[in-house]
Design a protein around this ligand. Structure first.
Ligand SMILES: Cc1cc2nc3c(=O)[nH]c(=O)nc-3n(C[C@H](O)[C@H](O)[C@H](O)COP(=O)(O)OP(=O)(O)OC[C@H]3O[C@@H](n4cnc5c(N)ncnc54)[C@H](O)[C@@H]3O)c2cc1C
Ligand SMILES: *[C@@H]1O[C@H](CO)[C@@H](O)[C@H](O)[C@H]1NC(C)=O
Ligand SMILES: *[C@@H]1O[C@H](CO)[C@@H](O)[C@H](O)[C@H]1NC(C)=O
Ligand SMILES: *[C@@H]1O[C@H](CO)[C@@H](O)[C@H](O)[C@H]1NC(C)=O
Ligand SMILES: *[C@@H]1O[C@H](CO)[C@@H](O)[C@H](O)[C@H]1NC(C)=O
Ligand SMILES: *[C@@H]1O[C@H](CO)[C@@H](O)[C@H](O)[C@H]1NC(C)=O
Length: 549
C-alpha cells in the first residue's frame, strides 16, 4: 500500500534528524496497526477500538486561549454543534494583555469570601450594587474572569515561526521574539477567522451563538444514565446605566467536552514561615508583596530594592524588565533537581543578585511601614534586609475540573488528550502553537468517527509507555508531533478525511538556531536543542510536577 506523499519528502535533513519519521516504524511503536481496505468505523466484533455509547453531536470547549480556539474551530469544521465558554470578555488566554490585574492572591490564613457559591435552583439571576457584601464591583468583576498574568513588555521565548496559529500570519517584519500585543492580535485574528471572537454573532439568525464570553464554567458533571456532561455556567455583565453587576447561572448539556483552560489558573503562593504577616504590609497605599500575576509595568519599581522569589520564566523575565529602573534586584532561588533543569532553559540577567532559598520571614514590627526594616532569613544562615518590594514569581496551579485528572502531570490522560476512562472528555495541555492543530484535529476526528482511539487496555499501555514530558522538553514534544501526524494520516487513509502536514523543517531549524544562538547570548545558559536526538524515549526526562511560568 502507498503512503501519503508528505512522508516521502526526500529532504536529507529529515532522514538525518527525524529518526522516527518513517510512519511504518511509528505505527509499530504506537501499536496502531494499519488495516488494508475500508471497514466499519467502530468494529464491535473486534473491539480493537474505543466505541462511544451514543453519537457525539454537541461539544463544549472550555477556554478561548490558543488551545480552546483551535479545538472549537476544528470541531466546527467537522459540523459538530459547538459551544465555547470563556470567563474573560475577550479571547487570547495568556496573551490577552490587559491593564486589569487579578484580585489579590490568597495568602495562608487569608479569609476569602468574595463570591457566593452556585444557587441551588438554576437558572438564577442576581444583581449586585457597589460595595455589596463588602465587595467592590471592580473586585467582583475581576474575580470572575481573572485577567491574564501577561505584562506589558512580555515577549515570547519561542520564535514566531512556531508560536503561530494555522491560517494567520504575523507581519512580515515581525521580530522572532514577538511582543504580547502582537501575539494577542494574532490570536484575535484567528478567532475572527473562525467566527468565534467576542463580537461574532450566530452564523444564522436562527442558530445558537458559538462563543459565550464572560462565561465561567463552575462545574463539570457526568450523568451516567444519559451519558452526557452537564456544565454549570456563570455569566457576568457590568450594567453601566445602573452601575450594577448582573450574574446569571444556568446549565447546558453536551455529549463531549474539551477542557482548554491552560496551566495558569490560580497563582501559587509558597508556604514560607512568616509570609502571612509580610503579605499584609503596605507602603504608599500598595501592598509590598504581590504575585507575578499582577506585574504589568517596571516603573513601579523605579529606585526600589526588589526581591524576586522563584527562578522560572516569570522570575527571569520580570528581572530583566525591572533591573534597569530598580535600585537593586535580588532573586531567591530554591536549589532542586527541577531548578537544575530550568537553569538550562532560563537565566537571570547578570545584574540580578541571586541568593539562597528563604528560610523564614522574621515578624515585622507593628509600627513600621512597609517591609524595609524587616529581616529575611536565608537557608544558608545569612539575613537579607532593606527590601522594598517582593514579587512572588512562584508559578500557578491548574484547574482540574475532574478529580481524576491532574493537568500538570497529565494523570489518566492518553497522549491524544482523551481521559482514558471516559474519552468523551479531553484535555488540551500540549503547546497550542506547534501541537494544538494536531490535537484539535484528533478531538474532532475521534468524535466524528474519522479517527479511532485504541481500546482502553491499549490506551493504558500507551499511557505507561509514553511520556512526552513537559513543554520545556523540546525533543520529546517533537516526537509527540510525529506521533500525531502518523496517527491522523493513517486514520485518514483508512476512514477518509483530510491529511495533516508535519511542521515544516524550517520551523525546527529556526527554533534550534533561535535557542542555540540568539537566546544563548542573553537568556539561556545552554539548551542544546539537539541533545535528545539520539536518546531512546526511556531516557527522556520524565514529567515535571510543577511547571511554573
Ligand atoms: C507569563 C507567561 C509567558 C509565556 N510565554 C510563552 C512563550 O513565550 N511561548 C510559549 O509558547 N508559551 C508561553 N507561555 C505559555 C502560554 O500559556 C501558552 O503560550 C498558551 O497561551 C497556552 O494556551 P492555552 O489555550 O492552553 O491556555 P491559556 O492561554 O492559559 O488559555 C486558557 C483560557 O481558559 C480560560 N479559563 C480558565 N478557566 C476557565 C473557566 N473555569 N471557565 C471559562 N474559561 C476559563 C482562561 O480565562 C483563558 O482564557 C507563557 C505563559 C505565561 C503565563
Ligand atoms: C459540513 O457541512 C457543510 C454544509 O452542509 C458541507 O459542505 C461540508 O462538507 C460539511 N463538512 C464535513 C466535514 O462534513
Ligand atoms: C467564609 O465562608 C466560609 C464558608 O462558607 C465560612 O465558614 C466563613 O465563616 C466565612 N468567613 C467570613 C469572614 O464571612
Ligand atoms: C458513574 O460511573 C462512574 C464510572 O462507572 C462511577 O465511578 C460513578 O460513581 C457513577 N456515578 C454515579 C452518580 O452513579
Ligand atoms: C549566603 O548567601 C549570601 C547571598 O548569596 C552570600 O552573600 C553569603 O556569603 C552566604 N553565606 C554563607 C555562609 O555561605
Ligand atoms: C550540542 O550537542 C551536540 C552533541 O553533544 C554537539 O555536537 C553540538 O556541538 C552541541 N551544540 C551546541 C550549540 O552546543
Amino acid at each position: 500500500m502507498g503512503w501519503p506523499s508528505i512522508f516521502h519528502r526526500p529532504t536529507p535533513v529529515y532522514s538525518l534528524k527525524m529518526l522516527f519519521l518513517d510512519p511504518r516504524l511509528l505505527l509499530v511503536l504506537t501499536g496502531i496497526v494499519p488495516v488494508l481496505g475500508r471497514q466499519a468505523v467502530f468494529d464491535s466484533s473486534e473491539r480493537q477500538w474505543t466505541t462511544f455509547p451514543r453519537p457525539i453531536t454537541r461539544v463544549a470547549v472550555i477556554g478561548a486561549g490558543p488551545s480552546g480556539l483551535q479545538a472549537a474551530a476544528q470541531l466546527l469544521a467537522e459540523n459538530l454543534t459547538v459551544r465555547l465558554f470563556e470567563r474573560s470578555p475577550q479571547p487570547g488566554g495568556t496573551w490577552h494583555y490587559t491593564e486589569n490585574t487579578p484580585v489579590r492572591e490568597l495568602y495562608p490564613g487569608t479569609i476569602f469570601n468574595k463570591t457566593k457559591g452556585t444557587p441551588n435552583v438554576l437558572p438564577a439571576t442576581t444583581y449586585y450594587a457597589e460595595g455589596e457584601d463588602g465587595i467592590s464591583l471592580d473586585d467582583r468583576w475581576k474575580e470572575h474572569w481573572q485577567p491574564s498574568p501577561a505584562w506589558y513588555d512580555l515577549h515570547t521565548n519561542s520564535p514566531s515561526i512556531n508560536t503561530d496559529l494555522p491560517g494567520v500570519k504575523y507581519p512580515a517584519n515581525a521580530p522572532w521574539a514577538i511582543s504580547v500585543h502582537d501575539v494577542q492580535r494574532h490570536v484575535r485574528a484567528y478567532a475572527s477567522l473562525h467566527g468565534i471572537n467576542s463580537n461574532d454573532g450566530p452564523s444564522l439568525p436562527s442558530s445558537e451563538r458559538v462563543a459565550s464570553y464572560s462565561t465561567r464554567v463552575e462545574k463539570l458533571e457526568k450523568c451516567n444514565s444519559t451519558a452526557t456532561w452537564t456544565l454549570t455556567l456563570r455569566h457576568m455583565e457590568w450594567l453601566p446605566e445602573s452601575n450594577r453587576i448582573k450574574v446569571r447561572f444556568w446549565t447546558e448539556t453536551f455529549d463531549a467536552v474539551v477542557v482548554a483552560t491552560g496551566l495558569f489558573t490560580t497563582p501559587n503562593v509558597p508556604t514560607i514561615k512568616g509570609i502571612e504577616g509580610w503579605s499584609r504590609a503596605m507602603e504608599d497605599g500598595a501592598f509590598s508583596m504581590h504575585h507575578s500575576q499582577s506585574y504589568r509595568h517596571p516603573e513601579r519599581y523605579a529606585g526600589k530594592t526588589v526581591l524576586l522569589i522563584g527562578s522560572s520564566i516569570s522570575a527571569t523575565q520580570i528581572g530583566r524588565s525591572i533591573f534597569p529602573l530598580a535600585h537593586r534586584v535580588f532573586a531567591s532561588v530554591r536549589e532542586s533537581k527541577r531548578h537544575d533543569r530550568l537553569k538550562e532553559v532560563v537565566k537571570f540577567a547578570d545584574q540580578i543578585e541571586v541568593v539562597p532559598e528563604i528560610s523564614f520571614f522574621e515578624p515585622l514590627n507593628e509600627n513600621t511601614i512597609g517591609i524595609q526594616a524587616g529581616r529575611i532569613h536565608l537557608c544558608n544562615g545569612t539575613t537579607l534586609q532593606g527590601i522594598d518590594m517582593i514579587i512572588l514569581a512562584t508559578g500557578y496551579r491548574a484547574n482540574n475540573f475532574h478529580p481524576d485528572v491532574n493537568p500538570l502531570t497529565q494523570d489518566n490522560l492518553h497522549w491524544t488528550g482523551h481521559y482514558i476512562k471516559d474519552p468523551t472528555l479531553a484535555y488540551s495541555l500540549v503547546r497550542p502553537w506547534s501541537h494544538g492543530r494536531y490535537q484539535a484535529a484528533g478531538f474532532a476526528k475521534v468524535w466524528t468517527g474519522k479517527a479511532r482511539l485504541p481500546n482502553q487496555h491499549q490506551m493504558w499501555k500507551e499511557y505507561k509507555d509514553y511520556d512526552f514530558g513537559s513543554p520545556l522538553d523540546v525533543f520529546p514534544q517533537e516526537a509527540l508531533i510525529r506521533k500525531y501526524v502518523a496517527w491522523l494520516n493513517a486514520e485518514a487513509l483508512e476512514l477518509g478525511g483530510q491529511f495533516v502536514e508535519p511542521p515544516p523543517i524550517e520551523a525546527r531549524e529556526t527554533y534550534a538556531y533561535f535557542q542555540n544562538n540568539l537566546f544563548k547570548k542573553e537568556f539561556v545558559n545552554h539548551d542544546n536543542y539537539t541533545r535528545f536526538d539520539n536518546l531512546p524515549s526511556n531516557e527522556w526526562p520524565s514529567r515535571v510536577e510543577t511547571l511554573s511560568w
